[in-house]
Design a protein around this ligand. Sequence first.
Ligand code: SF4
Length: 68
Amino acid sequence: MEKVIVDKDKCIGCGACVSLVDEVFEFGDDDLAQVKTDVDFENMDKDLANDVQDAVEGCPTGAIIEKK
Ligand code: SF4
């Protein structure tokens, strides 16, 4: 799947993405979500990719975006 990043200007730190997919999202020192550094989006298995997609769609502020 396409790599995603968290737009920290939009994240409100609700934790939904971290609870849903803690293999991919974590809280940074700023208490906002971020994508873990070792995530391999290109070779991600389908179930995990679906969970990431759910996190993208479930983020209340639309902060999880495709990295261009
Ligand atoms: S779901 Fe969205 S707003 Fe909530 S912590 Fe994750 S990126 Fe931030």
